[in-house]
Ligand binder design. Structure first.
Ligand code: PHB
Length: 390
């Protein structure tokens, strides 16, 4: 009898919330198909964070539920997100490699009472679609603005712009054009290719025919960027002295072994280089290398995911594990920390990450491997795209 009373009391206390919860984070990304390596980097960043910071916050245990979205597919993205919040009771949504997939999820956040932590998708407008979006990656406005100055400083006056015809490509084209014209340069032609383009020879011919001294390019990192840089080399553009300018998506570290000398000397601007020299990055690369298995596969989505986890952990702390999406998002507005990429903060107004953008050059190391060598820093860059779309 006595024991039964004690058990009843214990049940009441536990029922009042003083027991451990499992907080589920639903992560959507490309874990199979041509972009699987990018999804593998999401997972490596998440695993590295949890290895370094543990899997419990207070009394709560964090659980990650992965869902595979191999290509940009907004309808499937929304279906996966709905399944995660309704069936799995995920309290957070995170990941999202492609812009259309992140965009498709923003309308469900409020009713689901769930924040979305964008770990890659890079179109400026995503954060404006819901007050419950926080982004820890970059925007193509942020990464493509500084390269325009670099192109001008290299003595180039006429550039042809080539981008994938969707959100981040259009943003990249606009960012480069605005920056380059401000410097007095001219974009002589702007080509938008379908996202599915994988034969780049006709484009390379148009670059040659344009009379431009340089090419600006953006494509989403993956097999397409590898193909594009190879085509630039194989079609003789590099040999002809046509200079190549791009955000760092075009020379992600995991592509460099396959590109070899074709990429050597290419300058890009980006928020993260695996070679970044800091104690925080050293610790990150060690943990993320262990998580991914082959360190040569490490690339930028890993750091977007790692920092995304930092934001989610702060949200869980601030809400004591309760499901309150607005309170969670408010708690990280203005949050600053030292990321593996350098100092960063969450802009309280836009909820997008403010960060350094680095000019890097593909360089051959003494051991024969290739890396993005940081050679200049553009400090504390916000997102110029947000002003541009107002
Ligand atoms: C995007 O779809 O927003 C995206 C994907 C890959 C990138 C950059 C942007 O490298």
């Amino acid at each position: 009898m006595k024991r039964a009373i004690i058990a009843a009391f214990a049940a009441i206390i536990m029922g009042s919330g003083a027991y451990a919860d499992t907080i589920k984070i639903g992560v959507v990304g490309p874990f199979s198909g041509p972009f699987a390596l990018q999804g593998k980097n999401f997972k490596a960043g998440i695993d590295a964070y949890m290895a370094m910071h543990g899997t419990t916050i207070g009394d709560d245990t964090v659980e990650i539920i992965y869902r595979d979205l191999p290509a940009a597919d907004p309808a499937q993205s929304k279906a996966l997100a709905q399944e995660l919040v309704v069936k799995e009771k995920a309290q957070y949504l995170a990941g999202f490699y492609f812009t259309p997939d992140a965009m498709a999820v923003t309308p469900i956040l409020k009713q689901a009472n769930v924040p979305l932590i964008v770990m890659n998708a890079a179109t400026s407008a995503i954060v404006t679609k819901s007050p419950l979006v926080v982004r820890t990656s970059f925007t193509t406005w942020q990464t493509s603005t500084p390269i325009a100055k670099v192109a001008h400083d290299a003595g180039v006056a006429k550039v042809i712009s080539i981008v994938s015809d969707y959100g981040p490509g259009i943003d990249a084209e606009n960012a480069f054009k605005a920056g380059f014209e401000k410097e007095g340069g001219a974009v002589v032609e702007a080509i938008r290719m379908p996202l599915s383009t994988n034969d780049f020879s006709p484009i390379m011919q148009r670059i040659k025919d344009s009379g431009a001294q340089g090419v600006f390019a953006f494509l989403p990192s993956g097999p397409t960027t590898l193909g594009f840089v190879k085509a630039y080399n194989e079609n003789g553009l590099k040999a002809a002295g046509i200079k190549f300018f791009a955000p760092g998506d075009l020379t992600q570290e995991s592509d460099l072994p396959a590109l070899g000398d074709a990429a050597l000397g290419i300058q890009t601007t980006f928020h993260y280089a695996v070679s970044h020299d800091s104690p925080e990055n050293k610790a990150f690369v060690e943990a993320a290398s262990k998580a991914i298995g082959n360190p040569a596969e490490l690339s930028f989505p890993s750091v977007g995911a790692f920092d995304g986890m930092n934001v989610i952990y702060k949200m869980i702390e601030a809400t004591g594990g309760e499901q309150d999406a607005q309170k969670a998002v408010d708690a990280v507005k203005g949050l600053s920390w030292i990321s593996p990429r350098g100092p960063v903060s969450i802009d309280p107004e836009s909820r997008h990450i403010t960060q350094n953008i680095y000019l890097r050059e593909v360089t051959k190391a003494d051991d024969g491997s290739y890396y993005n060598k940081e050679i200049q820093t553009f400090e504390k860059q916000g997102d110029p795209g947000l002003a541009a779309i107002k």
